[in-house]
Design a protein around this ligand. Structure first.
Ligand code: PLP
Length: 455
């Protein structure tokens, strides 16, 4: 990249190590520097306008210039910019938000524990479960079952739960005691002649076998995203969650719903759990919880999880876990206002309505070369590209087509995200039908450009 000395681009290359970035390649291509946002749009430092069709990282529900969130933050900053929640200390914003989340939960829940990120929340979940097993006099019950292509974060514990190779490779992960069962992606993993329902039955049988092989009394929990996000937007096959839950119930194994992407309206329901009749013992939330204006996440648990843990804290004398910024008052105030906006403006209903329109229009891309599959639900979708429609093999090096489509969409003024050869779309919940059409129309122009370069 040609950069002027001292330009933001040059200084970024000089000083900034980026997450999820090839550090060597970054020295050549440099950053895309964004400057400001307004509604569903962001503007780069050269003034170019884009639809942020990934809502940042699946997260800016209410759009980029919501004054009410700014105002909520400013007011809280003035009143009590920081306080903690260690050792019986509390404050209004954390109390209000914990109460609100419990009221919103699709199943009866007991307590909320706050963290700063989804990864920390899933780390906390793992520690809560280990602590609980010890509290119950079952020290052998420590294993967690997750899924291939599931995404639960990147810290040592949550990165272990994640089922993606690049989150493990050279990090010496996953930790022992984390098991990964099959990914519920029917189009890729379904067998010749198998129905969706039969595929779901096969995955439930695999879970049952895994539990039997490991010993049911060694399993602390099963974790899954209602709809997988970062693993490539995988919508579960018909009957999947019902069958998985039947297996877990049979063995009395707690279920964790990772709602970090699905929560707060993304699927067209307030929580992804509602869409699939999931009855979790633990729910993990973040991202759209504050529209990511500030970092915050939460672990919500039912009494079955909380009570033995509470007893153990009493026995030990404290709960030796917590973050300086757990339940941060400014983030909590912003989250409350964000949830109020989602409710007042009917953004969950809007996501269902605009989402249905967007999904229907996106499906029409299925017939275009090199599209393999178009999938999604509500306001989360993906277009997967293939080199060979029969074998579903990639074109050349895996990820080549995905990167080309992401670049072609950017030329069209639409920011999407390539996850290998799958291009994800996850616009803010405020996206209108017209804006959804702009996104889909851009795909119609960009895909043939990618196809033209395949020969
Ligand atoms: N869980 C899910 C489902 C996610 O999508 C993510 C992030 O994308 C995480 C957990 C981790 O959250 P964070 O990046 O805030 O650590």
């Amino acid at each position: 990249m040609d950069t002027l000395p001292n330009s933001p681009e040059a200084r970024d290359i000089e000083y900034h190590m980026h997450p999820y970035t090839n550090a060597r390649r970054h020295q050549e291509v440099g950053p895309m520097v964004l400057d400001r946002g307004e509604g569903v749009h962001v503007f780069d430092s050269a003034g170019n306008r884009y639809i942020e069709a990934m809502a940042g990282l699946w997260s800016v529900a209410v759009g980029f210039s919501e004054e009410r969130l700014v105002e909520a933050a400013v007011q809280q900053m003035r009143k009590l910019p920081y306080s903690h929640s260690f050792a019986h200390r509390s404050h209004g914003p954390a109390i209000d938000l914990a109460e609100k989340l419990i009221q919103m939960a699709p199943v009866p829940m007991s307590k909320v524990f706050f963290t700063n990120s989804g990864s920390e929340a899933n780390d906390t979940v793992m520690k809560l479960l280990w602590y609980r097993s010890n509290a119950m006099g079952q020290p052998q019950r420590k294993k967690i079952i997750s899924r291939l292509r599931g995404y639960h974060g990147i810290t040592i514990a949550s990165g272990s739960l994640t089922g993606l190779p690049y989150n493990h490779k050279s990090f010496d992960l996953p930790l022992p005691g984390v098991l990964h069962v099959g990914c519920p992606h029917f189009w890729r993993e379904g067998q010749e002649g198998e129905s969706e329902e039969a595929f779901a039955t096969r995955l439930a049988a695999e879970l049952e076998e895994t539990i039997q092989r490991e010993g049911p009394d060694t399993i602390a929990a099963f974790i899954g995203e209602p709809v997988m996000g970062a693993g490539g937007v995988v919508v579960p096959p018909k009957g999947y969650w019902e069958k998985i839950q039947a297996v877990l119930k049979r063995h009395d194994i707690p279920l964790i719903a990772d709602e970090v992407i699905c929560g707060f309206g993304r699927t067209g329901r307030m929580f992804g759990s509602e869409l699939y009749g999931i009855e979790p013992d633990i729910m993990v939330m973040s991202k759209q919880m504050t529209s990511s204006y500030l970092p915050m996440a939460a672990v919500m648990m039912n009494a079955r999880i909380f009570e033995p843990i509470a007893d153990e804290t009493h026995r030990i004398g404290t709960f030796g876990h917590g973050f300086t910024a757990s339940g941060h008052p400014v983030a909590a105030a912003v989250s409350m206002e964000n949830i109020r906006i989602i409710e007042e403006r009917g953004l969950v209903e809007q996501a269902a309505r605009v989402g249905a329109h967007m999904q229907a229009r996106l499906r029409a891309l299925s017939d275009m070369t090199p599209v393999g599959e178009v999938r999604g639900v509500g306001m989360i979708a993906a277009v997967e590209l293939v080199g060979d429609p029969v074998t579903k093999a990639p074109h050349g090096k895996p990820g080549t087509l995905g990167a080309a489509l992401q670049a072609a969409m950017q030329d069209e003024g639409i920011l999407v995200r390539a996850l290998g050869d799958t291009v994800a779309v996850c616009p803010p919940l405020i996206t209108t039908e017209t804006q959804a059409d702009e996104i889909v129309d851009a795909f119609h122009r960009a895909i043939p450009r990618v196809a033209a370069h395949m020969a």
